[in-house]
Design a protein around this ligand. Sequence first.
Ligand code: BGP
Length: 472
Amino acid sequence: MREDFLWGGATAANQCEGGFRAAGRGMALVDVIPYGKNRMPVMEGRMDYRDLPEDTWYPGREAIDMYGHYKEDIALFAEMGFKCYRFSFSWSRIFPTGEEEQPNEEGLRFYDGIIDELLRYKIEPVVTLCHFDIPLHLVDKYGSWKNRKVIDFYLNYCDAVFRHFQGRVRYWITFNEINMLMHLPFMGAGIRFSRGENETAVKYQAAHNELVASAYAVKLAHEINPKFRVGCMLAAGSVYPYSCRPEDVWESMKRDRENYFFIDVQARGAYPAYAKKFLEQEGICLEMGPWDTRILREYTVDFISLSYYNSRCVRADGRGEASGGNVFASAKNPYLECSQWGWPIDPLGLRITLNALYDRYQKPLFIVENGLGARDEPDENGRIEDDYRIDYLRAHIRAMMDAADEDGVDLIGYTPWGCVDLISATTGEMSKRYGFIYVDKDDRGIGSRKRVRKKSFAWYRGVIEANGENLK
Ligand code: BGP
């Protein structure tokens, strides 16, 4: 890999930080996403968190308490040799309601602490501005991204952090998995549906508002500091046709476009023809500002970041078994094994996905999430021998290196997801672990919070040390 390749790891405030009432932080969307059977209905925007029973448990409120452990965690990242660390800011830690004009100084100080600690170890910070996270006040008062006003609140937040952290942070990601708003509208974008609302119209309006906000953020970032590199982020994974039947192939192309739509706008600067036609056919007329088209055109992203967990598969007749895989409906691909959570494992799919994205956009790509969610059981000596995770990562790193070295895909870096165990986004479980570092805490919050190096920890350190040349 190139000499300056950014090997590292990734987390997000909403799943690791905790400290939900610390230092003036306001309530955020993640604080009201429950554990258990109501989690999905809330994340989908079909159930109002205000209707949840009193004894509901919210795992994100404490998460792994990185708020109180970040020095220890960063020291471990440094021990693995991380060149970069991707994490997110909690918006409501900096703007507690989202409406303040000035940032909460204590919130900024917390991130000063993290960033200075990273820089001390020469670890490049990669900051996601919004990772399934929005001040709850903006959700309740404005309807979140349904409302154009939220663009201004978001830009006020961007302005504050771009200015405050310039000189220390260079890589910014505007929205995590922007396409997630189509699948988990509340989790992805704070969207709740009212009865009788046209859900497709609401989702596309919210998407439009986020896309415009993202383009304005690129503009602002480059004005504040031309050295900033601003990226978009896609929950990626190519959609395979179940067979070579033309109907299956056509269906797979349509499914891919549902995701590409966002990046087509963010990387190419305009609504693609197929999206315009779709909106027309659905009778959806987006509320647009007078400058939207121009802003989208002129302020495209510098790089495209992506998460990749698995490929997807589709059959036009909708028959056959369904498969899991990060809430994207998929047909079961008979050629692939699945994880304990039913997500297919497809390393070659990563090479395919990277090539598809690079062919389409010709912008640098950054893999900012990849990994295996698995149950880890410490043995009698407290050791965690996670060879299954090493196997998964080895195969994916090989595929990524093939894409770069054999196919010429321009790749900036690789940050496996949940480098330290954290709360699962889809299930709220602690037991769905991705980390190189084990955190002693279970699904009900019991445990010492102690950090333990897994077998994969030393393995990944070796991978980074040899710049990917040693995957053994
Ligand atoms: C992505 C999210 C992450 C992360 C990951 C794994 O969709 O960006 O926040 O959680 O998926 O998913 P899960 O935690 O459900 O296993």
